[in-house]
Design a binder for this molecule. Structure first.
Ligand SMILES: O=C(O)CCC(=O)C(=O)O
Length: 277
């Protein structure tokens, strides 16, 4: 799965860019499914008529997305939430090659750390900067899992610098945990002593994956294009890692319904009967 040199490089640099690692079709399916979540609401709201996603240009789709953000952020946000629950997204996080790769970086008993995450970043889709551009941080702070925990960052479209390619600080994992505060769940790292040119902008194409240690310092690039930057991110822990066992498998995330988001007085008995007719 990995050559000796690749493993050595992963340990020294804290990351590996693996070109053409995944079948493009499998990645494309995740993007299509995600777009189809929004697309149903574009039709529902009359932004588009009798259209199918495959007949809709990227420019039209993006315009509808930006319009939805301006006109109905609740629907946009709920579509974003549903996109986190796509079967194709979760299936990709369990891809056999990915599982083998985790073994190849010497994880003895890999588990999913946090649920798969999908991003569709663009300044026109965010009320706060952190929702489209995350400054330098380390994922371990919020994961607080095994010390060999890893992140796999997957582009759902070809992503160059203009789309805000992820920027990483090679070798920074070996400096350990350097986060100084937490912002919206991200363990932020001060840029004191780090020059902007120390960051490496990782341009990627569909099928590529970027594997990195959860201690590697990274940040979003600036998306100056007209398109959202679609990507998904998977995080894995190793239940065999001794400090994790000693720390009782500490986990900082909770997952539960929020009372205020529960729709009251729905559905009626008649509405249910219709479904089961
Ligand atoms: O994709 C990005 O721009 C940043 C995402 C990220 O760093 C994360 O989810 O930890």
């Amino acid at each position: 799965m990995l050559t000796g040199n690749q493993l050595k490089s992963y340990k020294e640099q804290g990351y590996l860019l693996l070109k053409n690692f995944l079948q493009k079709e499998e990645v494309q399916q995740v993007l299509d499914d995600a777009k189809n979540v929004f697309f149903r609401q574009f039709l529902n709201k009359g932004y588009l008529e009798n259209a199918s996603l495959s007949d809709t240009s990227d420019a039209t789709f993006n315009n509808c997305l930006y319009r939805l953000f301006e006109e109905d952020i609740e629907t946009l946000s709920n579509c974003g939430k549903q996109a986190q629950h796509l079967i194709s997204l979760h299936a990709l996080s369990l891809n056999e090659k990915i599982q083998k790769l985790l073994g190849a970086i010497q994880m003895g008993f890999p588990v999913i750390s946090t649920r798969p995450v999908m991003f569709f970043n663009h300044p026109k889709l965010a009320k706060e900067k952190v929702f489209y551009k995350v400054d330098a941080h380390q994922d371990w702070r919020s994961m607080q899992g095994s010390l060999n925990s890893a992140v796999i960052w997957i582009p759902l479209i070809d992503i160059d610098k203009s789309l805000g390619a992820l920027e990483i600080l090679p070798g920074s994992h070996l400096k350990g945990l350097t986060t100084d505060h937490i912002e919206k769940g991200f363990g932020m790292v001060s840029l004191d002593g780090i020059a902007p040119e120390d960051f490496l902008s990782v341009e990627v194409e569909v099928g590529d994956i970027l594997l990195f240690s959860s201690f590697l310092v990274h940040q979003s690039g600036e998306n100056v294009s007209d398109s959202p930057r679609w990507s998904c991110h998977f995080r894995y822990n190793d239940l065999d890692e001794s400090s994790f066992i000693a720390r009782k498998f500490a986990h900082a995330y909770i997952y539960k319904p929020i009372d205020d988001l529960i729709t009251p007085d729905f559905p009626s008995k008649e509405e249910i009967a219709k479904v089961f007719q």
